[in-house]
Write a new protein. Structure first.
Length: 104
């Protein structure tokens, strides 16, 4: 009897926890949050989005320099539009692992 009740309680708790994971939409799950390794090992580019293509994002920094970072399906990226202030964490081969909006 006790084993049955414990099994039901564990099943109910597990179901509730799995439903919490489903409550997030796709954009919340892919929210751009760089890992500590990205912050320490990768270069970053900060500036305004100048252009957005299918496989790249062009960012113009405060000095007027434009950087074109490559993106792919693995890139974690906030919803950004031209004119947004962003920070991109870029690997040595030019791919952005994370692009997040910063500031207002």
């Amino acid at each position: 009897m006790r084993i049955g009740i414990m099994a039901m309680v564990i099943a109910a708790v597990g179901l509730n926890l799995s439903l919490l994971g489903c409550a997030q939409n796709a954009s919340e799950k892919r929210a751009a949050s760089p890992t500590m390794a990205e912050r320490l090992k990768q270069d970053s580019v900060t500036g305004r989005v100048n252009d957005i293509g299918a496989r790249y994002v062009s960012i113009r920094d405060d000095a007027g320099e434009t950087s074109r970072v490559r993106v792919d399906d693995q890139t974690k990226m906030d919803h950004v539009v031209i004119g947004d202030q962003v920070k991109a964490f870029v690997s040595d081969d030019g791919y952005a692992s994370t692009i997040q909006r910063v500031g207002p």
